[in-house]
Design a protein around this ligand. Structure first.
Ligand code: ZN
Length: 86
């Protein structure tokens, strides 16, 4: 019997929003204007409520289309998220 490939989820992280502490379940991505969605840039992973707030803030700064997905969709780049919000 051969073993099936195992999808490994990244370790569960907390929402990076200050003083939030809830599990970061939602990945936020934003596509660059004029680029196809497959090049969507991973903003980061947040709890449900903060994912919406971060997504809107990112869109205001960068334009493009917002994408939300399960945390397993992308690696969470919290450093990138901080840069996006500066
Ligand atoms: Zn949060």
């Amino acid at each position: 019997m051969t073993s099936a490939p195992v999808m490994r989820l990244p370790p569960l992280t907390d929402c990076p929003w200050p003083d939030c502490g809830q599990p970061a379940l939602i990945a936020v991505l934003v596509s660059l204007p004029g680029e196809p969605p497959r090049l969507a840039w991973p903003v980061g992973c947040y709890c449900v409520g903060h994912a919406v707030i971060v997504g809107i803030a990112t869109q205001v700064h960068h334009g493009g289309d917002l994408w939300y997905g399960p945390r397993s969709l992308t690696t969470c780049y919290h450093d990138a998220a901080r840069q996006a919000l500066q």
